[in-house]
Design a protein around this ligand. Structure first.
Ligand code: NAD
Ligand code: UDP
Length: 319
């Protein structure tokens, strides 16, 4: 079972699991996921898509659970912050309940946001973070932190087999064209010839992982022995400023868009880069797709989408 199976990461994961010979059940309420993301899988008899909100109980028989259900982009998770916390916390309780009942292995898509605006750089798994518990990002950050707590309590209390990964900024085809995350924003703006919205001075840093690399890390994590619980960081350690990203997108799209400066959102982390030594040692994992290569593939995806649907695709969204 993949919760959030119709989302950006979830749809790539479902595809990979089917390719590896698994039967796959996607559970999604389509809040930020799109049916188009999984439409090509529906003809496969080993694939099933269920519409369900994970904050409500669910009874299914499965042997492995990947819990990805949760809006991931700041504008989406701040749209209904109470629902975001519920999805992370009540969703985790429901998913852990299923895992306990059917004795399934259960994987949690946690996030680098558990480190908040980090004072330790790069971030290692033993860093406990610098999160503002009452800010606009807290519904997501604290929700995900509480979900980690629940996973480890179920592990200690009920001997559940858990796999927790902390995902750093990941990008690629099937990101929602209007989800407000930086890679999709910049590419769509550049392709449409619109102004590129750089928040703050653009000196804040991120490190971007291509989706295929990340999904490979998920599969390796799920395949580890029961003693491996995580948390393990998964991300690409090549760090750059957001301004450098904007310049790179402009170059790769050949766009004439110009950069405009907009206010930095509250609590926007100033720097972020994963230390992935634990993933390398435990999973034998490291990313292999360079930023330029990944951006080129992502640009091709958005270019095709915009040609097919026009500007409407960025305005016709659920929220
Ligand atoms: P996404 O928004 O594309 O996918 C999330 C999916 O969850 C969507 O299909 C959405 O409809 C579904 N969903 C939301 N609330 C739900 C609910 N209550 N019940 C059922 N389904 C629900 O985002 P994504 O980038 O694919 O992220 C997937 C997971 O990975 C999330 O848990 C996110 O926190 C985590 N993550 C992603 C990144 C990243 O860079 N992409 C980084 C860190 C963590
Ligand atoms: N950002 C930006 N312009 C945009 C969207 C985002 O400059 O149109 C910046 C944002 O302020 C942050 C970084 O890009 O510093 C990454 O933002 P994103 O929302 O993708 O993810 P985050 O890592 O903040 O969750």
């Amino acid at each position: 079972m993949v919760t959030g199976g119709a989302g950006f990461l979830g749809s790539h994961l479902c595809e990979r699991l089917l390719r590896d010979g698994h039967d796959v059940l996607s559970v999604d309420n389509y809040f930020t996921g799109r049916r188009e993301n999984i439409a090509h899988l529906l003809g496969n008899t080993r694939f099933e898509a269920m519409r369900h909100d994970i904050t409500f109980p669910l009874y299914v028989e499965v042997d492995e659970i990947y819990n990805l259900a949760c809006p991931a982009s700041p504008i989406h998770y701040q749209f209904d912050p109470v629902q975001t916390t519920k999805t992370s916390v009540v969703g985790a309780i429901n998913v852990l309940g299923i895992a306990r009942r059917v004795k399934a292995k259960v994987f949690q898509a946690s996030t680098s946001e558990v480190y908040g605006d980090p004072t330790v750089h790069p971030q290692t798994e033993d860093y406990r973070g610098n999160v503002n518990p009452i800010g606009p990002r807290a519904c997501y950050d604290e929700g995900k932190r509480c979900a980690e707590t629940l996973f480890f309590d179920y592990h200690r209390q009920h001997k559940l087999r858990i796999k927790v990964v902390r995902i750093f900024n990941t990008y690629g085809p099937r990101m929602h064209p209007n989800d407000g995350r930086v890679v999709s924003n910049f590419i769509v703006q550049a392709l449409l010839g619109d102004e590129i919205s750089l928040y703050g001075t653009g000196a804040q840093t991120r490190a971007f992982c291509y989706v295929d690399d990340l999904i490979d890390g998920f599969i390796r994590m799920m395949d580890t022995g029961d003693e491996v619980t995580g948390p393990i960081n998964l991300g690409n350690p090549v760090e750059l400023t957001v301004r450098e990203l904007a310049e790179q997108v402009i170059r790769l799209t050949g766009s004439r868009s110009r950069i405009i400066y907009q206010p930095l959102p509250a609590d926007d982390p100033q720097q972020r880069r994963p230390d992935i030594s634990l993933a390398a040692a435990t999973l034998g994992w490291q990313p292999s797709v360079a930023l330029e290569q990944g951006l080129t593939r992502t640009i091709a995806y958005f270019d095709k989408l915009l040609r097919e649907t026009g500007r409407a695709v960025i305005t016709n969204v659920a929220i």
